[in-house]
Design a protein. Sequence first.
Length: 97
Amino acid sequence: NEDTLDTILDVSKEGILWSCLAGLAVGIAEMISFYVMSTGVPAVQAIPVIIGGSVLLGSLLGVMMLGEYMGVQGWLGVCLLVCGIGLVSTDPGVNLH
């Protein structure tokens, strides 16, 4: 019975749409990471920028689009994350090869 399935899964069209958009966003982030690393950017720099950038974007979208609240401690964490991304992405590192 379709009504029983909807009750068990609690599925909505809006939920399915958000799930599809989230999957699309993850796929795009993966393609960007492969492209960036194919240009010669070391993974030790590219991965933190991409992952940290998604945390920053997720925080901003959560507050702006979903009406979520993040306190001073949360925003301080996001600021520290951005500073960390800056430090990692500008580190020249040492090429072991």
